[in-house]
Design a protein. Structure first.
Lengths: 219, 219
Protein backbone atom coordinates (compact mmCIF):
# COMPACT_ATOMS: atom_id res chain seq x y z
CA UNK A 1 0.00 0.00 0.00
CA UNK A 2 1.13 3.52 -0.69
CA UNK A 3 3.56 4.90 1.84
CA UNK A 4 3.38 1.61 3.71
CA UNK A 5 0.17 2.37 5.55
CA UNK A 6 -1.97 -0.64 6.47
CA UNK A 7 -5.51 0.56 5.77
CA UNK A 8 -7.19 -2.60 7.10
CA UNK A 9 -8.93 -1.14 10.15
CA UNK A 10 -9.31 2.60 10.48
CA UNK A 11 -10.64 4.02 13.75
CA UNK A 12 -12.28 7.44 13.47
CA UNK A 13 -12.72 9.04 16.87
CA UNK A 14 -16.29 9.86 17.78
CA UNK A 15 -16.76 13.46 18.87
CA UNK A 16 -19.45 12.35 21.29
CA UNK A 17 -16.72 10.49 23.22
CA UNK A 18 -15.79 12.34 26.46
CA UNK A 19 -12.21 13.61 26.41
CA UNK A 20 -11.40 11.57 29.53
CA UNK A 21 -12.35 8.37 27.73
CA UNK A 22 -10.45 9.12 24.53
CA UNK A 23 -6.98 7.82 25.53
CA UNK A 24 -8.18 4.49 26.93
CA UNK A 25 -10.52 3.85 23.99
CA UNK A 26 -7.80 4.53 21.44
CA UNK A 27 -5.21 2.54 23.36
CA UNK A 28 -7.52 -0.48 23.60
CA UNK A 29 -8.56 -0.17 19.97
CA UNK A 30 -4.95 -0.09 18.74
CA UNK A 31 -4.10 -3.05 20.95
CA UNK A 32 -7.17 -4.77 19.46
CA UNK A 33 -5.98 -4.39 15.88
CA UNK A 34 -6.81 -0.92 14.61
CA UNK A 35 -4.20 0.00 11.97
CA UNK A 36 -4.91 3.73 11.52
CA UNK A 37 -6.36 6.30 13.94
CA UNK A 38 -8.10 9.40 12.67
CA UNK A 39 -8.84 12.21 15.11
CA UNK A 40 -12.16 13.74 14.11
CA UNK A 41 -13.97 16.35 16.17
CA UNK A 42 -16.03 18.97 14.41
CA UNK A 43 -17.05 20.67 17.65
CA UNK A 44 -13.83 21.78 19.29
CA UNK A 45 -11.50 24.64 18.34
CA UNK A 46 -8.04 24.34 16.83
CA UNK A 47 -6.20 24.72 20.13
CA UNK A 48 -8.22 21.88 21.66
CA UNK A 49 -7.68 19.70 18.57
CA UNK A 50 -3.93 20.27 18.89
CA UNK A 51 -4.09 19.19 22.55
CA UNK A 52 -6.03 16.06 21.57
CA UNK A 53 -3.61 15.27 18.77
CA UNK A 54 -0.71 15.47 21.23
CA UNK A 55 -2.60 13.23 23.66
CA UNK A 56 -3.37 10.63 20.99
CA UNK A 57 0.16 10.74 19.61
CA UNK A 58 1.40 9.92 23.08
CA UNK A 59 -1.12 7.08 23.53
CA UNK A 60 -0.45 5.59 20.10
CA UNK A 61 3.31 5.83 20.62
CA UNK A 62 4.15 5.10 17.01
CA UNK A 63 2.22 1.82 16.81
CA UNK A 64 -0.03 3.03 13.97
CA UNK A 65 -0.37 6.25 11.95
CA UNK A 66 -2.36 9.16 13.37
CA UNK A 67 -4.36 11.25 10.91
CA UNK A 68 -6.25 14.48 11.57
CA UNK A 69 -9.65 15.05 9.98
CA UNK A 70 -10.01 18.16 7.85
CA UNK A 71 -7.57 20.60 9.45
CA UNK A 72 -4.17 20.58 7.76
CA UNK A 73 -3.14 23.64 9.78
CA UNK A 74 -3.94 21.77 12.98
CA UNK A 75 -1.93 18.76 11.79
CA UNK A 76 1.08 21.00 11.19
CA UNK A 77 0.64 22.89 14.47
CA UNK A 78 0.36 19.59 16.35
CA UNK A 79 3.63 18.50 14.76
CA UNK A 80 5.18 21.78 15.92
CA UNK A 81 3.86 20.95 19.40
CA UNK A 82 5.70 17.61 19.34
CA UNK A 83 2.96 15.23 18.20
CA UNK A 84 3.64 12.57 15.61
CA UNK A 85 0.94 13.30 13.04
CA UNK A 86 1.20 11.19 9.92
CA UNK A 87 -1.34 12.89 7.73
CA UNK A 88 -4.90 14.06 7.23
CA UNK A 89 -8.26 12.87 6.02
CA UNK A 90 -10.03 15.44 3.85
CA UNK A 91 -13.67 15.76 2.89
CA UNK A 92 -14.97 17.19 -0.35
CA UNK A 93 -15.63 20.52 1.41
CA UNK A 94 -12.16 20.75 2.98
CA UNK A 95 -9.07 22.32 1.41
CA UNK A 96 -7.94 20.74 -1.88
CA UNK A 97 -5.74 17.62 -1.61
CA UNK A 98 -3.03 19.23 -3.75
CA UNK A 99 -2.55 22.03 -1.22
CA UNK A 100 -2.59 19.54 1.63
CA UNK A 101 0.10 17.43 -0.08
CA UNK A 102 2.27 20.50 -0.64
CA UNK A 103 1.96 21.53 3.00
CA UNK A 104 2.37 18.09 4.57
CA UNK A 105 5.14 16.72 2.38
CA UNK A 106 5.68 13.59 0.35
CA UNK A 107 5.72 11.22 3.31
CA UNK A 108 2.31 12.16 4.70
CA UNK A 109 -0.72 9.90 4.42
CA UNK A 110 -3.62 11.75 2.79
CA UNK A 111 -7.10 10.35 2.37
CA UNK A 112 -10.11 11.89 0.64
CA UNK A 113 -13.79 11.19 1.05
CA UNK A 114 -15.41 9.99 -2.19
CA UNK A 115 -19.07 9.03 -2.32
CA UNK A 116 -19.90 9.30 -6.02
CA UNK A 117 -18.48 8.45 -9.45
CA UNK A 118 -17.76 12.19 -9.90
CA UNK A 119 -15.63 12.17 -6.74
CA UNK A 120 -13.71 9.14 -8.04
CA UNK A 121 -13.08 10.93 -11.35
CA UNK A 122 -11.86 14.03 -9.48
CA UNK A 123 -9.50 11.84 -7.45
CA UNK A 124 -8.21 10.22 -10.65
CA UNK A 125 -7.45 13.62 -12.12
CA UNK A 126 -5.18 14.71 -9.27
CA UNK A 127 -1.42 14.54 -9.81
CA UNK A 128 0.01 11.09 -9.06
CA UNK A 129 1.02 10.78 -5.41
CA UNK A 130 -1.43 13.36 -4.13
CA UNK A 131 -3.68 10.87 -2.33
CA UNK A 132 -3.08 7.55 -0.58
CA UNK A 133 -6.62 6.29 -0.24
CA UNK A 134 -10.28 7.12 -0.64
CA UNK A 135 -12.90 6.87 2.10
CA UNK A 136 -16.02 5.52 0.40
CA UNK A 137 -19.44 5.28 2.00
CA UNK A 138 -21.71 5.22 3.71
CA UNK A 139 -22.18 1.48 3.64
CA UNK A 140 -25.21 1.38 5.95
CA UNK A 141 -27.27 4.20 7.44
CA UNK A 142 -25.47 5.54 10.52
CA UNK A 143 -26.29 7.94 13.33
CA UNK A 144 -22.66 9.11 13.64
CA UNK A 145 -22.79 11.56 10.79
CA UNK A 146 -25.82 13.77 10.28
CA UNK A 147 -26.95 14.22 6.67
CA UNK A 148 -24.79 11.44 5.32
CA UNK A 149 -25.21 10.49 1.64
CA UNK A 150 -27.54 7.58 0.73
CA UNK A 151 -26.22 4.23 1.93
CA UNK A 152 -24.36 2.32 -0.78
CA UNK A 153 -24.65 -1.18 0.62
CA UNK A 154 -21.97 -3.72 -0.28
CA UNK A 155 -23.00 -3.75 -3.92
CA UNK A 156 -22.90 0.02 -4.27
CA UNK A 157 -19.49 0.05 -2.66
CA UNK A 158 -18.29 -2.67 -5.05
CA UNK A 159 -19.39 -0.61 -8.06
CA UNK A 160 -17.38 2.39 -6.88
CA UNK A 161 -14.35 0.35 -5.74
CA UNK A 162 -14.18 -1.37 -9.14
CA UNK A 163 -13.47 1.92 -10.93
CA UNK A 164 -11.65 3.76 -8.13
CA UNK A 165 -8.14 4.99 -8.95
CA UNK A 166 -6.91 4.38 -5.39
CA UNK A 167 -7.35 1.94 -2.49
CA UNK A 168 -10.82 2.34 -0.98
CA UNK A 169 -11.67 2.26 2.72
CA UNK A 170 -15.35 1.48 3.36
CA UNK A 171 -16.93 3.76 5.96
CA UNK A 172 -20.31 4.32 7.53
CA UNK A 173 -22.29 1.83 9.57
CA UNK A 174 -19.87 -1.04 8.88
CA UNK A 175 -20.47 -4.13 11.08
CA UNK A 176 -17.95 -6.88 11.82
CA UNK A 177 -19.64 -9.33 9.47
CA UNK A 178 -19.51 -6.76 6.66
CA UNK A 179 -15.72 -6.87 6.62
CA UNK A 180 -15.28 -10.04 4.57
CA UNK A 181 -17.88 -9.10 1.92
CA UNK A 182 -16.39 -5.61 1.70
CA UNK A 183 -12.93 -7.10 1.24
CA UNK A 184 -14.27 -9.30 -1.54
CA UNK A 185 -15.88 -6.18 -3.02
CA UNK A 186 -12.45 -4.59 -3.25
CA UNK A 187 -12.07 -2.73 0.05
CA UNK A 188 -8.52 -2.13 1.22
CA UNK A 189 -10.02 -1.79 4.66
CA UNK A 190 -12.90 -0.52 6.72
CA UNK A 191 -13.33 2.54 8.91
CA UNK A 192 -15.30 2.42 12.12
CA UNK A 193 -16.53 5.13 14.47
CA UNK A 194 -19.18 4.32 17.05
CA UNK A 195 -18.96 0.53 16.72
CA UNK A 196 -15.62 0.82 18.52
CA UNK A 197 -15.85 4.19 20.31
CA UNK A 198 -19.25 3.48 21.87
CA UNK A 199 -18.56 -0.19 22.66
CA UNK A 200 -18.43 -1.34 26.26
CA UNK A 201 -15.13 -3.02 25.41
CA UNK A 202 -13.44 -1.06 22.60
CA UNK A 203 -10.55 -3.55 22.45
CA UNK A 204 -12.89 -6.47 21.91
CA UNK A 205 -14.86 -4.46 19.37
CA UNK A 206 -11.67 -3.71 17.46
CA UNK A 207 -10.71 -7.40 17.58
CA UNK A 208 -14.11 -8.37 16.16
CA UNK A 209 -13.38 -6.22 13.10
CA UNK A 210 -9.71 -7.15 12.88
CA UNK A 211 -10.23 -10.88 13.38
CA UNK A 212 -12.93 -10.87 10.76
CA UNK A 213 -10.71 -8.94 8.38
CA UNK A 214 -7.77 -11.24 8.98
CA UNK A 215 -9.60 -14.56 8.93
CA UNK A 216 -11.94 -14.00 6.04
CA UNK A 217 -9.40 -12.22 3.86
CA UNK A 218 -7.19 -15.28 4.36
CA UNK A 219 -4.26 -13.48 5.96
CA UNK B 1 4.02 49.89 10.63
CA UNK B 2 5.35 46.39 10.31
CA UNK B 3 5.32 45.04 6.78
CA UNK B 4 3.90 48.34 5.57
CA UNK B 5 0.30 47.54 6.48
CA UNK B 6 -1.91 50.52 7.33
CA UNK B 7 -3.97 49.29 10.27
CA UNK B 8 -6.12 52.43 10.52
CA UNK B 9 -9.48 50.94 9.52
CA UNK B 10 -9.95 47.20 9.51
CA UNK B 11 -13.16 45.75 8.06
CA UNK B 12 -14.11 42.33 9.39
CA UNK B 13 -16.79 40.72 7.23
CA UNK B 14 -19.98 39.83 9.05
CA UNK B 15 -21.02 36.22 8.56
CA UNK B 16 -24.67 37.30 8.67
CA UNK B 17 -24.06 39.20 5.41
CA UNK B 18 -25.62 37.36 2.44
CA UNK B 19 -23.00 36.12 -0.01
CA UNK B 20 -24.59 38.15 -2.81
CA UNK B 21 -24.04 41.36 -0.85
CA UNK B 22 -20.44 40.63 0.15
CA UNK B 23 -18.64 41.96 -2.96
CA UNK B 24 -20.52 45.27 -3.13
CA UNK B 25 -20.17 45.91 0.61
CA UNK B 26 -16.43 45.25 0.56
CA UNK B 27 -15.93 47.27 -2.61
CA UNK B 28 -17.78 50.27 -1.16
CA UNK B 29 -16.00 49.95 2.17
CA UNK B 30 -12.56 49.92 0.55
CA UNK B 31 -13.51 52.88 -1.61
CA UNK B 32 -14.69 54.57 1.60
CA UNK B 33 -11.36 54.22 3.35
CA UNK B 34 -11.05 50.74 4.82
CA UNK B 35 -7.32 49.85 4.91
CA UNK B 36 -7.49 46.11 5.71
CA UNK B 37 -10.19 43.52 4.95
CA UNK B 38 -10.54 40.40 7.05
CA UNK B 39 -12.73 37.57 5.80
CA UNK B 40 -14.43 35.99 8.80
CA UNK B 41 -17.14 33.38 8.56
CA UNK B 42 -17.37 30.74 11.24
CA UNK B 43 -20.34 29.02 9.61
CA UNK B 44 -19.13 27.93 6.19
CA UNK B 45 -16.77 25.10 5.25
CA UNK B 46 -13.23 25.45 3.94
CA UNK B 47 -14.20 25.07 0.29
CA UNK B 48 -16.73 27.89 0.60
CA UNK B 49 -14.22 30.08 2.46
CA UNK B 50 -11.74 29.56 -0.36
CA UNK B 51 -14.39 30.62 -2.89
CA UNK B 52 -15.15 33.73 -0.82
CA UNK B 53 -11.46 34.57 -0.49
CA UNK B 54 -11.08 34.38 -4.28
CA UNK B 55 -14.15 36.59 -4.69
CA UNK B 56 -12.88 39.19 -2.22
CA UNK B 57 -9.38 39.12 -3.69
CA UNK B 58 -10.91 39.96 -7.03
CA UNK B 59 -13.06 42.77 -5.60
CA UNK B 60 -10.20 44.27 -3.58
CA UNK B 61 -7.86 44.06 -6.56
CA UNK B 62 -4.76 44.82 -4.55
CA UNK B 63 -6.04 48.08 -3.05
CA UNK B 64 -5.67 46.86 0.55
CA UNK B 65 -4.49 43.65 2.24
CA UNK B 66 -6.88 40.70 2.57
CA UNK B 67 -6.61 38.59 5.71
CA UNK B 68 -8.41 35.34 6.54
CA UNK B 69 -9.74 34.73 10.03
CA UNK B 70 -8.49 31.62 11.82
CA UNK B 71 -7.81 29.20 8.95
CA UNK B 72 -4.19 29.26 7.81
CA UNK B 73 -4.83 26.21 5.64
CA UNK B 74 -7.64 28.07 3.89
CA UNK B 75 -5.39 31.11 3.37
CA UNK B 76 -2.79 28.90 1.70
CA UNK B 77 -5.35 27.00 -0.36
CA UNK B 78 -6.90 30.29 -1.51
CA UNK B 79 -3.45 31.41 -2.62
CA UNK B 80 -3.11 28.13 -4.55
CA UNK B 81 -6.48 28.94 -6.14
CA UNK B 82 -5.14 32.29 -7.34
CA UNK B 83 -6.36 34.66 -4.63
CA UNK B 84 -4.09 37.34 -3.21
CA UNK B 85 -4.25 36.59 0.51
CA UNK B 86 -1.92 38.71 2.58
CA UNK B 87 -2.23 36.99 5.92
CA UNK B 88 -4.42 35.78 8.74
CA UNK B 89 -6.01 36.95 11.94
CA UNK B 90 -5.76 34.37 14.71
CA UNK B 91 -7.72 34.01 17.93
CA UNK B 92 -6.39 32.59 21.15
CA UNK B 93 -8.04 29.24 20.33
CA UNK B 94 -6.64 29.03 16.79
CA UNK B 95 -3.31 27.50 15.79
CA UNK B 96 -0.24 29.11 17.38
CA UNK B 97 1.13 32.25 15.68
CA UNK B 98 4.59 30.68 15.33
CA UNK B 99 3.21 27.86 13.16
CA UNK B 100 1.19 30.36 11.14
CA UNK B 101 4.28 32.50 10.52
CA UNK B 102 6.27 29.46 9.40
CA UNK B 103 3.52 28.39 6.99
CA UNK B 104 2.69 31.84 5.59
CA UNK B 105 6.20 33.24 5.25
CA UNK B 106 7.98 36.38 6.37
CA UNK B 107 5.92 38.75 4.21
CA UNK B 108 2.51 37.76 5.56
CA UNK B 109 0.50 40.00 7.88
CA UNK B 110 -0.45 38.12 11.05
CA UNK B 111 -2.67 39.48 13.78
CA UNK B 112 -3.64 37.93 17.10
CA UNK B 113 -6.58 38.58 19.37
CA UNK B 114 -5.51 39.77 22.82
CA UNK B 115 -8.06 40.68 25.47
CA UNK B 116 -6.09 40.42 28.71
CA UNK B 117 -2.69 41.29 30.21
CA UNK B 118 -1.83 37.56 30.01
CA UNK B 119 -2.49 37.60 26.26
CA UNK B 120 -0.22 40.64 25.88
CA UNK B 121 2.54 38.88 27.82
CA UNK B 122 2.16 35.79 25.61
CA UNK B 123 2.43 38.01 22.52
CA UNK B 124 5.55 39.63 23.93
CA UNK B 125 7.16 36.25 24.46
CA UNK B 126 6.83 35.18 20.82
CA UNK B 127 9.90 35.39 18.60
CA UNK B 128 10.39 38.85 17.09
CA UNK B 129 8.60 39.16 13.78
CA UNK B 130 5.94 36.54 14.52
CA UNK B 131 3.06 39.01 14.79
CA UNK B 132 2.24 42.33 13.14
CA UNK B 133 -0.56 43.57 15.35
CA UNK B 134 -2.92 42.69 18.16
CA UNK B 135 -6.70 42.89 18.01
CA UNK B 136 -7.79 44.23 21.41
CA UNK B 137 -11.35 44.43 22.63
CA UNK B 138 -14.17 44.46 22.97
CA UNK B 139 -14.51 48.20 23.37
CA UNK B 140 -18.31 48.26 23.81
CA UNK B 141 -20.80 45.41 24.13
CA UNK B 142 -21.63 44.07 20.65
CA UNK B 143 -24.14 41.67 19.19
CA UNK B 144 -21.73 40.54 16.44
CA UNK B 145 -19.84 38.09 18.59
CA UNK B 146 -21.64 35.84 21.04
CA UNK B 147 -19.94 35.39 24.42
CA UNK B 148 -17.46 38.20 23.92
CA UNK B 149 -15.23 39.16 26.85
CA UNK B 150 -16.31 42.03 29.14
CA UNK B 151 -16.21 45.41 27.39
CA UNK B 152 -13.00 47.34 28.06
CA UNK B 153 -14.21 50.84 27.26
CA UNK B 154 -11.70 53.41 26.08
CA UNK B 155 -9.89 53.44 29.42
CA UNK B 156 -9.56 49.67 29.59
CA UNK B 157 -8.23 49.67 26.04
CA UNK B 158 -5.72 52.40 26.94
CA UNK B 159 -4.40 50.36 29.87
CA UNK B 160 -3.74 47.36 27.61
CA UNK B 161 -2.38 49.42 24.71
CA UNK B 162 0.10 51.16 27.04
CA UNK B 163 1.87 47.88 27.82
CA UNK B 164 1.26 46.06 24.54
CA UNK B 165 4.37 44.86 22.70
CA UNK B 166 2.79 45.48 19.28
CA UNK B 167 0.42 47.91 17.51
CA UNK B 168 -3.11 47.47 18.82
CA UNK B 169 -6.28 47.54 16.75
CA UNK B 170 -9.38 48.27 18.82
CA UNK B 171 -12.32 45.97 18.04
CA UNK B 172 -15.83 45.36 19.27
CA UNK B 173 -18.68 47.82 19.17
CA UNK B 174 -16.49 50.72 18.00
CA UNK B 175 -18.48 53.79 16.84
CA UNK B 176 -17.20 56.58 14.59
CA UNK B 177 -16.81 59.02 17.46
CA UNK B 178 -14.75 56.45 19.38
CA UNK B 179 -12.00 56.62 16.79
CA UNK B 180 -10.29 59.79 17.98
CA UNK B 181 -10.31 58.84 21.69
CA UNK B 182 -9.05 55.35 20.79
CA UNK B 183 -6.25 56.89 18.73
CA UNK B 184 -5.32 59.08 21.68
CA UNK B 185 -5.43 55.95 23.84
CA UNK B 186 -2.78 54.39 21.64
CA UNK B 187 -4.77 52.52 18.98
CA UNK B 188 -3.00 51.96 15.67
CA UNK B 189 -6.47 51.60 14.22
CA UNK B 190 -9.96 50.29 14.72
CA UNK B 191 -11.76 47.22 13.44
CA UNK B 192 -15.41 47.32 12.49
CA UNK B 193 -17.89 44.57 11.62
CA UNK B 194 -21.60 45.35 11.60
CA UNK B 195 -21.25 49.15 11.71
CA UNK B 196 -20.08 48.89 8.10
CA UNK B 197 -21.46 45.52 6.94
CA UNK B 198 -24.99 46.18 8.20
CA UNK B 199 -25.08 49.84 7.17
CA UNK B 200 -27.51 51.00 4.48
CA UNK B 201 -24.55 52.72 2.81
CA UNK B 202 -21.35 50.80 3.67
CA UNK B 203 -19.20 53.30 1.78
CA UNK B 204 -20.55 56.21 3.81
CA UNK B 205 -20.18 54.18 6.99
CA UNK B 206 -16.54 53.47 6.16
CA UNK B 207 -15.98 57.17 5.42
CA UNK B 208 -17.46 58.10 8.80
CA UNK B 209 -14.80 55.97 10.50
CA UNK B 210 -12.01 56.94 8.13
CA UNK B 211 -12.78 60.68 8.17
CA UNK B 212 -12.93 60.62 11.91
CA UNK B 213 -9.66 58.76 12.09
CA UNK B 214 -7.98 61.12 9.67
CA UNK B 215 -9.36 64.40 11.01
CA UNK B 216 -9.08 63.79 14.72
CA UNK B 217 -5.72 62.09 14.56
CA UNK B 218 -4.50 65.20 12.73
CA UNK B 219 -3.42 63.45 9.53
Amino acid sequence: MTRGVDLALHLVTDDRLPIDALPSVVDAAVAGGVTVVQLRDKRVDAAELIRRACLLSSVIAGRVPLLIDDRVDVALAARDAGAVVDGVHLGQADIPPVTARRLLGADAVIGWTAHTPAHLRAAGELPAGTLDYLGVGVIRPTATKANHPPALGIDGFAELARVAPLPCVAIGGVRPDDVAPLRRAGAAGVAVVSAICAADDPGAAARSFARDADAKAGR
